[in-house]
Design a protein around this ligand. Sequence first.
Ligand SMILES: [Zn+2]
Ligand SMILES: [Zn+2]
Length: 175
Amino acid sequence: MNGSQPKTSVIPKVAYVIAGIVLLCGYFVMRYAAIPSDPKSAGWPEGGKVLLSALVPLVGAAWVLLIGYIYGDSKRRLMRPWLWTLLAIFIPDAIGIILYFILRDPLPFYCSKCGASVNAKFTFCPSCATPLRPTCTQCGRGLERGWAHCPHCGVAAPAANQISPSTGTPAPGAS
Ligand SMILES: [Zn+2]
Ligand SMILES: [Zn+2]
């Protein structure tokens, strides 16, 4: 079991542990320190105090899990996990978190020959040089599956490339 395997949880275990601590400590701090020290809380019903004590750390724990998700997700996408984790934590108003979800790379896949984890944008496997996608017969650049023509030189793509793999039907314009 290690974090690079595709079936394991994206959120690291330590994030669940921290979220649990936040939840537990947050509740007791709210219930027995923060709320009693606020003079306005004197008239509040007991149930309201319990609810508020639970709600605040719950939001904190959810935030910890979201940061943990960004760490795990950026790691499996072969991005820089600590950079994105720190940006998500320190850029205010959740802008770092929003930026991450806008800018994240596509999920990598595994080379069919050597099993290396490769970026979805690569044309050849960096470990064993196996072609990961069809290439243009004229200029040799990588083609996306389903493209009918090379976007760089305009030459028609090989007929097999014009079948979209996800649906099994010819891509639009391939007829
Ligand atoms: Zn390979
Ligand atoms: Zn070309």
